[in-house]
Design a protein around this ligand. Structure first.
Ligand code: IPM
Ligand code: MN
Length: 354
């Protein structure tokens, strides 16, 4: 099969972790006889510095013509404490989501048996926890009208959803639930927000068309609590953009390290695969960042963008083996930490040999 990829390393540790993921992608492609074609492009702060825009047209062109996009991370501290910066790296991410139509962000929350001790939660709470959070990614308050009035002294951000947007993401949620344990939790704030009431209305209309799936409705504040109190309660969770942003960060730490969590953003034009952690500028260039989340994002890419399940599975096995062998970066083990590139090499070699 021909695999045409756009590679966007981004800022901070982005280039280092993407290097490791690409080592693994190349080995997998060779092993399974796929023809790999890929090209790099700039996004984020580095794109602002070089081309004056965080998601340049040339980068968008490349993504539009690719079967899948592998993305590192963006963000640079020089923009963080400057609310008046005219252009920010994060705008690149939002623009990419909108222009590629990346409407669904899928974040699996799974525990690794060898890392249960790293979780902030007690072992018995998380052992066997396994759920998928699906976040709507191109609507809601992120993309609604925003502005100032009253001479700049009042600010607003509108949260708006259309029926089509809600149906589209719920459909994806139901399809997931059908393939998993047949439970869908719709997270909203329907006791307060009109947009949430539309979500709930649409979900109630759709639920009977998926009779095998149990639909559960949960307010977002309660969901935030349930994620740490009883994570095993969840199978597939679907929610709107900002609730999903917050809940998925919360969910990602219960598994032990932010450095292990991958994500897929499913789009209309193409799909993007990226670690859920940020650009970690303090670690940039030091060869210490954990490349596993990006390597697992590459596994998701094989599975979701190309339906190549065996290819994804061997990457997952290699990652499990690396964790079991304690070939891990300093965020996992301070005793005998391996470097970013050593972990990448080890996983790529494991794939080649097995
Ligand atoms: C994420 C990030 C982004 C978001 C930021 C960087 C704009 O936190 O991907 O979750 O809020 O969506
Ligand atoms: Mn976030």
């Amino acid at each position: 099969m021909k695999l045409k990829l756009a590679i966007l390393p981004g800022d901070g540790i982005g280039p280092e972790i993407i290097d490791q993921a690409m080592k693994v992608v190349k080995v997998v492609a060779a092993k399974f006889n796929h023809e790999l074609e890929y090209e790099f492009a700039l996004t984020g702060a580095c794109a602002i510095d070089e081309l004056g825009a965080p998601y340049p047209d040339s980068t968008h062109e490349l993504c539009m013509n690719a079967d899948a996009v592998l993305f590192g991370a963006i963000g640079d501290p020089k923009y963080d404490n400057n609310p008046k910066a005219p252009v920010r790296p994060e705008q690149g991410l939002l623009l990419m989501r909108k222009k590629l139509g990346l409407y669904a962000n899928i974040r699996p929350v799974v525990t690794f048996p060898s890392l249960l001790h790293k979780s902030p939660l007690r072992r018995e709470l998380i052992e066997g926890a396994d759920f998928v959070a699906i976040r709507e990614l191109t609507g809601g308050i992120y993309f609604g009208e925003k502005g100032r009035k009253d001479n700049g002294n009042t600010a607003f951000d509108v949260c708006e959803y259309t029926r089509m947007e809600v149906e589209r993401i719920l459909k994806l949620g139901y399809e997931y639930a059908m393939k998993r344990n047949k439970k869908l939790t719709v997270v909203d704030k329907a006791n307060v927000l009109e947009s949430s009431r539309l979500w709930r209305e649409v979900a109630q209309e759709m639920a009977p068309t998926y009779p095998e799936v149990t639909t559960e409705y949960m307010f977002v504040d309660n969901a935030a609590m349930q994620i740490i109190q009883w994570p095993k309660n969840f199978d597939v969770m679907v929610t709107e953009n900002m609730f999903g942003d917050i809940l998925t960060d919360e969910a990602s730490v219960i598994t032990g390290s932010l450095g292990l969590s991958p994500s897929a953003s499913i789009g209309i034009h193409t799909s993007v695969f990226e670690p859920i952690h940020g650009s970690y500028p303090q670690a940039a260039g030091k060869n210490i960042a954990n490349p596993v989340a990006t390597i697992l994002s590459a596994a998701m890419m094989f599975e979701y963008a190309f339906n190549l399940m065996e290819e994804g599975a061997i990457i997952r096995k290699a990652v499990d083996a690396s964790l079991d062998a304690k070939v891990v970066t300093v965020d996992i083990s301070t005793e005998k930490p391996y470097s970013t590139s050593e972990v990448g090499d080890w996983i790529a070699e494991w794939v080649a040999k097995n």
